[in-house]
Design a protein around this ligand. Structure first.
Ligand SMILES: [Zn+2]
Length: 240
């Protein structure tokens, strides 16, 4: 399979995982290519008849369309500014996770309360005021607020999430929404206690050891593989 065909396949799977997990069809998944461009695919299936579900749009980093038949994304500047600002980012997602958006609307943050949210760091996911990616200055402000985090919550709107690969970015987006759900539950019972900074720091040693064992090989994602297998079989899973 060519690099582009492989990326298209991953993007299509990511849209299906996110549509199911977020119960929402708005937003886009994207990834960088080795030719200095990025591919982007709407979460929603094609509206027009006859366009395959994996027909991706290709843009350069200035936002010029290079190919593809799908309708153009309105929020392209979230992606162009993202890929320009973070050279190590291989994939980027903009989505509208409803529980996470609800949580930050109260002024609360998505903070790490379990191992899958440690990646958000001891300060949690940064939150910005309302921004819309159709404005370049909003894209730039989003990246400034996001810093080196793997996610940004945008009040009254959604989330921008990045990763080294489509697989990583997709699971990061899933974990943003799941952590928000867990925080909602915990807040209903009492005051959730985020993982202490010392624990976050210690867990980083586990990640560093995994990276050392992996060497030059790309990181594996058993979690992505689990969901991808079900998507390919046409199966779905319980969403909590
Ligand atoms: Zn949006």
């Amino acid at each position: 399979m060519s690099e582009i065909d492989d990326l298209k396949d991953k993007l299509k799977t990511a849209t299906q995982i996110l549509r199911w997990e977020l119960a929402d069809m708005w937003g886009h998944v994207s990834c960088r290519t080795s030719r200095g461009t990025f591919l982007i695919l709407p979460l929603r299936p094609p509206i027009e008849e006859g366009i395959p579900e994996d027909d991706v749009l290709e843009f350069d980093l200035e936002g010029n369309l290079l190919g593809g038949k799908r309708d153009l994304p309105e929020e392209i500047f979230f992606f162009t500014t993202g890929y320009k600002a973070r050279k190590n980012v291989g994939a980027m997602i903009h989505c509208h996770p409803p529980v996470a958006v609800s949580l930050v609307s109260t002024g609360k943050k998505i903070v790490p309360i379990h191992q899958h949210s440690i990646k958000f760091g001891s300060k949690g996911v940064p939150t910005s005021p309302w921004l819309y990616g159709t404005f370049q200055e909003d894209g730039e402000r989003a990246m400034k607020t996001m810093g080196e985090s793997c996610a940004l919550m945008i009040k009254g709107h959604g989330a921008n999430v990045v990763g080294g690969s489509v697989q990583e970015a997709c699971m990061n987006a899933v974990h943003v929404e799941r952590t928000a759900k867990m925080l909602m539950w915990a807040n209903g019972v009492g005051k959730p206690g985020p993982m202490p900074p010392a624990v976050v720091k210690k867990y980083a040693l586990v990640e560093a050891e995994r990276a050392k064992r992996r060497g030059a090989r790309p990181p594996r994602s058993p979690e992505w593989n689990y969901y991808e297998r079900m998507v390919k079989r046409g199966e779905r899973w319980n969403v909590w």
